[in-house]
Design a protein. Structure first.
Length: 139
């Protein structure tokens, strides 16, 4: 497994380094607030339309793929992780998130957002795989 090492962590990155970060973009935050609310309120189709709109605008960024995968996970949760109906799509989106994050990180090793998504998903994927295999919710 590939290692990511940070020699130092900036608590407040330089303004030039946060430009283009979707997680810190106020317009994106406002747009996604409603989409995430829709997902949590079981309005998956509406939420996914909003996530797909983000994917069309930012096809190389991991965030839209992560959100689409999260939507699949929220479809699984009400079944007490008993259904396999959404597993393939969930893992496909999570794998896409990892690939997109890794590509961004390879292009710029100081890309904090890329490192965040890459490490988050490489850590969560085994937990979700185990949860699906044994049929229990992860903590």
């Amino acid at each position: 497994m590939r290692q990511v090492t940070f020699n130092e962590i900036e608590v407040l990155p330089e303004a030039t380094r946060v430009k283009g970060m979707l997680l810190l973009n106020k317009d994106i935050q406002y747009e996604l607030e409603g989409a995430v609310d829709n997902m949590y309120n079981f309005k998956y189709e509406r939420a996914e339309k909003q996530f797909k709109s983000l994917r069309r605008r930012y096809p190389e960024h991991p965030l839209p793929y992560f959100l689409m995968g999260l939507s699949q996970w929220w479809k699984i949760i009400p079944t007490n992780v008993q259904t396999l109906k959404y597993d393939d799509l969930f893992f496909a989106y999570m794998d896409s998130t990892i690939q997109k994050a890794e590509a961004l990180y390879d292009a710029d090793e100081k890309n904090i957002e890329a490192a965040f998504f890459w490490r988050l998903l490489t850590a969560l994927r085994p937990v979700c795989t185990l949860s699906a295999a044994i049929g229990v919710k992860p903590l």
